[in-house]
Design a protein. Structure first.
Lengths: 569, 187
């Protein structure tokens, strides 16, 4: 816990290329320039996360607009057209320009540091990937002014984030808003594929001495699986968007039923991407859990090999479950049965993980600092989200609840209650490493408790109108439906979460400037990133670290009691 | 097994981007296969498509010539390398020309464009996606040929040339699949 007391592998004294911050007097223009042209994985990681946090606020405001509109029956806060645009933009933004960049940002920042190397395998590809993702986000939001030429402001895409055909055909989607949607996903998709290639190459080719595959931190393993899924899932999305663009611009007939094309094919193509995408987002959340839970339980992770196997297993199974989004589209009984069973199968590796995390905490000396609070919140909520997922995977039950608010509540439980909580844990955990300052613990606890209360008020209750028959994507409802009170409770929960996010943003800004100095290793952790000063110098490690176990920093701190050196696995 | 971290490109993993291309090709292929015979009007494959046997031979033999070029490069026989490499480019260009001629016939004689019917949409998308990869490949091959002729191609670039050759083999392999699906099964 003491500042500066952690032995740096090899020692900084002998390094000739040490850069001291005081040597670099520069104007803000030079600073800005250095960030724009950087290929440093740490700066790119930070930019990914800042970009995502910006869009988190934007997407959050869109969510609040949705909730205000649904607060009263027969409300006219926004028009039906605007409502369609807002939920389309909310979904697209949150998945592609919040969750994905957050995931890539953490991976970019952490992979080289955890593997004891100086940068990713392809630094320039890395910068390219970031700017493609960022440009994709700008392209999506440019549709607000560019959707029907420059005359019709507020013409964002209104086809839902799944963009089912024939809504996207020229006949039903005039102007260019849908084209902006398709192009922004193609552009950011190339960025995602580039980043994924980089993750895999880094993990397999860029490890420090002694870092065998089975000594890699579990986070790195999870990112390898994630990257594999990105390559397999995002490229079909790109292909589907190209087909959509051919339909819209060259008069093609891929999804044109009158010419023999098929709207169902679009649904398949979209969900072949869409379901693995959920795992692209949730596996990095698992990755963060694998680092946070052991450190705050003061125990090594339980069942490392089982965790690796379960991660790879989830990766494989998740590629064969997509049509559980399509039970009501009318498939054969055999396909229905297949997708019911394959979906349920995901529960097994996921269960292994949950049990291993609990076993890690079991008998540990748990410290409930803010990252750990979010981690525990993740465990409980992700379990519930998984259980409603199993419920929805049963085809006959799904026929009742499909496209209802029950489904909305389920996947927000996964994405907010699971993934976002894990991301928050990660932000509180690694913020000291990135900035050199601690996030304020008191504000952190406010953020956690407000968010957890807001989350449960919002999304627990949201299941009920779904069961009562409230469909998704409707812009208003009649007063005699009996959904009014429930919707009002949900909206209040959303507002509470909004306040919690405001506290987080304030905490980040405040702590960046005035936070307590963190030192290299504020959490008494065990992985290599904590051997570097906070923030790490541009070269990360002055000399290449040498590791002999899964917890190199434990070995450095306890030279008389090192972890068992593992056999080459 | 492990490398010191100085951000050097580690070439074998350039295979990964083409894996992403596999994802794209397979989806458009899936669309093609699914839509075989579903076109409700306009020209049908068996009425307008002819087997591009000669073209296929040209493209596939370019896989052999590029292999010969690689062997010459390993031996640092630069003249032989340039000759084999140049021949590969010529064969690829002939293939592209053949495709262009086929398309000209389809458009002018049979009146089949990408918007004519479902068959046109899927046919031009799939064959066009492949042809665009041939074009990209030809541009890269030509760049390497220029480097070789000007003497800028050094022994340390061997691995990069091999990765490029791998891309070319990938393009050829995709053609085998496209040929089978479009001209054999789909006809």
């Amino acid at each position: 816990m003491a500042e500066g007391s952690i032995p740096v592998p090899g020692g900084l004294g002998g390094a000739t290329d040490v850069v001291r911050p005081e040597d670099q007097e520069s104007t803000w223009l030079e600073v800005l320039h250095s960030w724009v042209v950087t290929v440093d994985h740490k700066k790119l990681g930070v930019m990914y996360v800042l970009f995502a946090l910006f869009f988190l606020v934007v997407g959050g405001i869109e969510a609040l607009i949705i909730r205000i509109q649904l607060f009263f029956p027969d409300n006219h806060f926004v028009s039906a057209e605007t409502f369609n645009r807002v939920f389309t933009m909310h979904g697209t933004t949150m998945i592609f320009f919040v969750a994905m960049p957050l995931v890539f940002g953490f991976g970019n920042y952490l992979l080289p540091l955890m593997l004891g190397v100086r940068d990713m395998a392809f630094p320039r590809l890395n910068a390219f990937s970031f700017w493609m993702s960022a440009f994709g986000g700008l392209l999506l939001y440019y549709s607000f002014i560019g959707g029907v030429g420059l005359q019709g402001a507020g013409s964002a895409p209104d086809v839902g984030w799944w963009a089912y055909s024939p809504l996207t055909s020229r006949a039903f989607s005039r102007g260019h808003s849908t084209d902006y949607w398709a192009l922004s996903l193609i552009v950011s998709g190339f960025g995602s594929i580039g980043a994924a290639v980089n993750f895999i190459a880094t993990a397999f080719c860029m490890r420090c001495k002694g870092m065998t595959l089975f000594r890699m931190p579990l986070l790195v393993w999870l990112y390898v699986v994630t990257a594999g899924l990105v390559i397999l899932a995002v490229s079909p999305l790109t292909a589907a968007q190209v087909m959509l663009t051919i339909d819209r611009y060259l008069g093609g007939h891929f999804f044109d039923t009158q010419a023999g094309g098929s709207a169902v094919v679009w649904a398949h193509f979209f969900w072949i991407f869409g379901h693995p995408e959920v795992y692209v987002l949730v596996l990095p959340a698992f990755a963060i859990m694998n680092e946070v839970i052991p450190v705050f339980s003061r125990k090594a992770i339980f069942g490392y090999p089982a965790m690796v196997a379960a991660s790879v297993g989830i990766g494989f199974v998740s590629l064969g479950v997509w049509a559980h989004h399509m039970f009501t589209i009318g498939m054969t009984s055999i396909s229905n049965a297949f997708f019911v069973l394959s979906t349920m199968l995901v529960g097994i590796p996921t269960g292994i993980k949950i049990f291993n995390w609990i076993a890690t905490m079991w008998g540990g000396k748990i410290r409930y600092r803010t990252p750990m609070l979010f981690a525990v919140g993740f465990l409980v909520q992700f379990l519930i989200a998984g259980l409603t997922g199993i419920i929805l995977s049963v085809a006959p039950f799904n026929w009742q609840l499909h496209n209802s608010y029950f489904v909305i509540a389920h996947f927000h439980y996964v994405i907010v209650g699971g993934i976002l909580f894990a991301i928050f844990a990660g932000i509180y955990y690694w913020f000291p490493k990135v900035t050199g300052r601690m996030l304020d613990e008191r504000l952190g606890k406010w953020h956690f408790w407000l968010f957890v209360v807001g989350f449960h008020v919002c999304f627990d209750v949201m299941h009920v109108p779904g069961i009562l028959g409230m469909p998704r994507s409707i812009y208003t409802y009649e007063a005699d439906r009996g959904w009014t009170t429930l919707n009002q409770i949900v909206s209040v929960g959303a507002a509470i979460q909004g306040i919690a996010i405001a506290i987080l943003v304030y905490n980040i800004v405040h702590s960046c400037l005035k936070g307590r100095i963190a030192g290299p290793d504020p959490w008494d952790a065990w992985t290599l990133e904590w051997t570097t000063p906070s923030p790490p110098p541009p070269y990360n490690f002055a000399t290449e670290p040498v590791v002999t176990s899964r917890r190199p920093l434990w070995d450095l701190k306890h030279p008389n009691d090192p972890d068992e050196p593992l056999e080459e696995g | 097994m492990t490398h010191a971290g100085h951000g050097h490109a580690i070439d074998p993993d350039w295979k990964l981007p083409s894996r992403g291309r596999v994802g794209m090709f397979s989806l458009i292929l899936a669309a093609y296969v699914y839509y075989i015979g579903k076109s409700t009007y306009g020209p049908q494959p068996r009425q307008v498509l002819e087997l591009p046997i000669l073209n296929t031979i040209f493209l596939l033999s370019s896989s052999v010539t590029i292999m010969m070029a690689e062997r010459a490069l390993v031996k640092r026989a630069m003249a032989a390398f340039s000759a084999w490499w140049g021949l590969t480019i010529v064969l690829g260009a002939i293939f592209l020309l053949g495709t262009a001629q086929e398309w000209r016939k389809l458009i002018t004689k049979d009146g089949l464009t990408i918007s004519t019917n479902l068959f046109g949409t899927t046919y031009y998308s799939l064959v066009g996606l492949h042809a665009s990869h041939v074009i990209v490949g030809l541009i890269m091959l030509t760049a390497v040929l220029i480097f070789a002729l000007t003497g800028a191609l050094k022994p340390e670039h061997t691995e990069k040339v091999e990765v490029l050759a791998l891309y070319w083999h990938f393009v050829d392999a995709v053609w085998v699949v496209v040929f089978t699906v479009v001209y054999v099964i789909g006809r």
